[in-house]
Design a binder for this molecule. Sequence first.
Ligand code: UD1
Length: 368
Amino acid sequence: MIRHLACVVGARPNFMKMAPVLRALAAYGRVRPVLVHTGQHYDENLSEVFFRELGMPRPDVHLEVGSGTHGQQTARVIERMEAALAQGPPGGGRYDRVVVVGDVNSTMAAALAAVKLGIPVAHVEAGLRSFDRSMPEEINRVVTDAVSDMLFVSEPAGMENLRREGHPEEQLHLVGNVMIDTLRWLLPQAQRQDTLDRHGLEPGQYGVVTLHRPATVDRPETLGPLLAVLDEASEELPLVFPVHPRTRERITRFGLAARLDGKGRLKLLPPLGYLDFLALTSQARLVVTDSGGLQEESTALGIPCLTARPNTERPITVHEGTSTLVGSDPERLRTGLRAILEGRYKRGTCPALWDGRAAERIARILAQ
Ligand code: UD1
């Protein structure tokens, strides 16, 4: 019996999580994945470039929802996803399951549309909890897991969270981290690129910064002091900062751009593709970020990571990995940077099952 799976992606961090799952599913002839792109991210450098570099097929279905408030975006995905699911896979038949990844609005909305039509949902990267419901992603994680009956988990804390929320054991699968599958697959190719030369950087002699979360970038009194510390640190260690469109808009609106043109070497770049970005992070001396994905990638790469958040849904990156939470406190960021630059920073280890084979484990279970 052919099994039809609707595999849903929407925003940048979804692409590197779904790509290895699609590749692993190709080993199972009786499984037909249909790739659905919600269109939450639509810019060339937030979407297209990832399809090319990750060798992803073109989406079979595109919902073109675009940007909006959380309500608008979520509602549009639910409405259009419901119609697409009701229509069935291109070529006929019915969907047997919907597969969603991560914690963006598209993840939650697609899961809701599916479960209301009686189509079971598998969630890849289930169980992560920051216990901070002011984060939009936390709401997305809680809701998505509540309506999913197949939960693929990347670290042990996620298993505990799901058990506590009452999920029966047979729904839980500790499989490892699919994003690290992509990292291990493309690392050699990324490091063969001339990315460092193009940016005038030497391996181990620069740092990488990314900040894009509303809690970090939406208020000048939070963003301004963090950028000031980074600007100051860049006099000692050049820093490259690929800037998310949301952050770019805030930097301009808050009048912070002029202050960054000083003597420091904090260089703002446009958002980068997967390979250029991995080339930069994997050869950096340190990373400063508020991204969940980059906390995990730094841990897998063994690169020190100062996480500009008060909490994390990925505690293994702090307990075993290379991440330290510094909140949005400029003093803690400065202290962390000093520790790394003076060689007093912890060494991490790579968590179990972050071995490049998580998607194979997932595909085996999905194909059963
Ligand atoms: C989304 C996810 C976040 C993830 C991030 C990665 C949610 C709630 N948030 O945040 O978890 O870490 O993606 O990037 O789903 N924009 C563009 N071009 C695009 C898409 C967006 O310029 O292709 C701009 C628009 O002004 C838009 C804003 O970015 O309003 C925010 O986009 P949105 O998709 O709402 O959330 P992100 O901040 O990207």
